[in-house]
Design a protein around this ligand. Structure first.
Ligand SMILES: [Zn+2]
Length: 571
């Protein structure tokens, strides 16, 4: 009903409209034009993490979303590879990875034979010197595959909602994406917006030449305050008395990752600026989200976001939940405190938006790029069978050795595994005059029998539609892009995954098509959005076309899903 502010005279004259079914089009049939569309993504926020701690939340954060928003209780990603860029690009474009092209955080570029990081683009280096990935300290192993520090959205093959907003408004909208992670910012800003992300090397928010030739003054000023320095010598402490937490008595668990100096138990010391892992540790705690919020607030103020009639777009992707989930698991004291602190961060964000722009003028959409598994060690404590997987031994396994003999291949047959794809030695296959499909089928058939493997999908079978029509197969197919997908897609059995992040063994790793990884919140709030729960199964591909139709813009290029009718109509 907040739209009465825009159409006050008409609505006062026709008071009936207030009780009659109201659709998202006002009396003059003009679609709603929020001043701001605020898209919030929490990295690795599994859907149940917010219901589990509902009673512990304060006012104005998650409770504002959950009590006053339109909540989809059974929302999922539909694609199999539930990784960060895949989920973000899906949220941004409404397309499946088969269409938007972000099939994995990393894939093998067949033209160069090199692994490629999703948003890597050597044409557009980072504006700051020496701000790229520090391969010695980076805990995000996917980042280490990038060979340049350049970043752009050029590999996202279709338009994002944010692009459609730019087009709809004739280029007069302001469109921004902010995140600790580069891919969390670049994906959402689309091809037409501007993105800022955090450099662990510099402890500053940075951007690339794709977006700017020079930093805006306000960014320089923000970075000159030495962000992160306020955490020097500090530690991540529990917000409440430890005995009040669900996991208050299980802080120290052997399967948790023990980062140098940070340890497995509270308080987690950050160390001081200049320490090898200082900025990394900030991101593995709510400090990363606090810095993201502070930067986003500065952006809103200095870029005059939401100040005029033209709808602006701001995406904030909060990364801390993901790092905490990887290091400590979804059911850890660290995750519990992180979620309670995220609740306070959201409350501060909503209060800030309300005071400057008005929540009545802001359409909020909240979701996650993927869920996350439990740590296998935790599941084992409860009686589940769960384990880690090592694919590096696959090529040397007896069954594969036998296949190599049969095919006359005297070298490696499986050259690379980078989640979720196995890459075969295509040169050797060609040299032997073998049929790629035959080899793929033979390798997949053997690997299907390996311990911990649920299903291995040969890409030639996917490309020919030669697979059983099951929900699992459909999720793998929606992830299949002929130019980027590897030769065999591996689905591990539930609760089994690779935990080796390039030498660092983590507690948990998402990326499966199982429900704990696909299950995410979808909540709309602000504007005229009613408080309502929808229990129908919906997919994250519906978000982008819904945003488009809400403002009357055309759906993003590759968005094939239906819009969410509850956001658009008021029956
Ligand atoms: Zn993620």
């Amino acid at each position: 009903m907040h739209r009465i502010y825009r159409d006050k005279p008409a609505l006062l004259a026709v008071g009936l409209l207030l009780v009659a079914p109201i659709i998202a089009y006002s009396a003059n049939n003009r679609p709603a034009q929020p001043r701001l569309i605020l898209q919030i993504t929490v990295d690795q926020l599994r859907g149940d993490l917010i219901t589990r701690y509902y009673d512990r939340f304060g006012d104005g954060g998650f409770r504002y979303l959950m009590d006053q928003g339109l909540v989809y209780t059974d929302a999922h990603h539909r694609h199999a590879n539930t990784e960060t860029i895949v989920g973000h690009a899906t949220l941004a474009t409404g397309a499946d990875p088969s269409i938007h092209g972000m099939v994995a955080n990393v894939w093998l570029d067949r033209s160069t034979g090199e692994l490629t990081y999703n948003i890597e683009d050597p044409r557009y280096p980072i504006l700051s010197k020496d701000a790229g990935v520090d391969k010695k300290t980076e805990i995000d192993h996917t980042q280490k595959t990038a060979r340049s520090d350049g970043r752009s959205p050029s590999r996202i093959l279709v338009s994002t909602f944010s692009d459609e907003l730019t087009l709809f408004q004739g280029g007069q909208s302001k469109v921004f994406g902010v995140s600790i992670k580069d891919r969390g910012a670049v994906s959402m800003a689309g091809h037409t917006g501007k993105a800022f992300w955090f450099s662990k090397k510099l402890s500053e928010f940075i951007t690339s030449r794709f977006y700017y030739d020079n930093y805006p003054d306000w960014v320089k000023e923000w970075n000159e305050q030495k962000p992160g320095s306020e955490y020097a010598g500090e530690s991540w402490q529990l917000m409440h008395d430890q005995s009040t937490y669900m996991f208050g008595e299980s802080d120290d668990r052997p399967y948790e990752t023990k980062l140098p100096g940070f340890g497995r138990t509270f308080p987690h010391a950050y160390g001081k600026p200049g320490d090898k892992y200082f900025t990394t540790l900030l991101t593995v705690s709510p400090a990363g989200d606090e810095m993201t919020l502070d930067f986003a607030k500065s952006l809103v103020q200095h870029e005059d976001i939401g100040k005029d009639e033209k709808t602006d777009y701001l995406s904030i992707s909060f990364s801390s939940t993901d790092y905490v989930g990887h290091m400590f698991g979804a059911s850890s004291l660290e995750m519990e405190d992180n979620i309670l602190r995220l609740d306070r961060i959201l409350a501060e964000l909503f209060e800030f938006v309300d005071s400057g722009i008005g929540l009545d003028n802001t359409l909020i959409v909240f979701s996650a790029d993927h869920g996350g598994p439990e740590a296998p060690g935790y599941l084992s404590e409860l009686g589940f069978e769960a384990d880690y997987i090592d694919t590096s031994t696959f090529d040397k396994a007896g069954a594969i050795k036998a296949l190599k003999q049969r095919f006359g291949i005297g070298e490696e047959l499986i050259t690379t595994y980078f989640h979720p794809y196995l890459y075969l030695n295509r040169e050797a296959i060609a040299e032997q005059g073998l049929d790629q499909e035959e080899v793929e089928l033979a390798v997949a058939a053997e690997i299907n029998r390996f311990k911990g493997v649920a299903l291995a999908y040969p890409s030639t079978a996917l490309s020919k539609g030669n697979i059983a029509d099951t929900p699992l197969s459909r999720s793998v197919l929606s992830n299949y892009n002929p130019n980027r997908s590897g030769d065999i897609y591996l689905v591990f059995e539930p609760n089994r995954f690779i935990a080796d992040f390039g030498g660092l063994v983590v507690a948990a790793a998402h990326g499966s098509p199982w429900r704990y990884d696909t299950y995410v919140p979808i909540i709309f709030a602000g504007m005229d959005i009613p408080a309502h729960k929808v229990h129908r199964r919906v997919y994250t591909t519906a978000i982008a076309p819904t945003l488009s139709l809400y403002i009357g813009a055309k759906p993003p290029t590759g968005s094939m899903d239906e819009a969410l009718i509850e956001v658009l109509s008021r029956d």
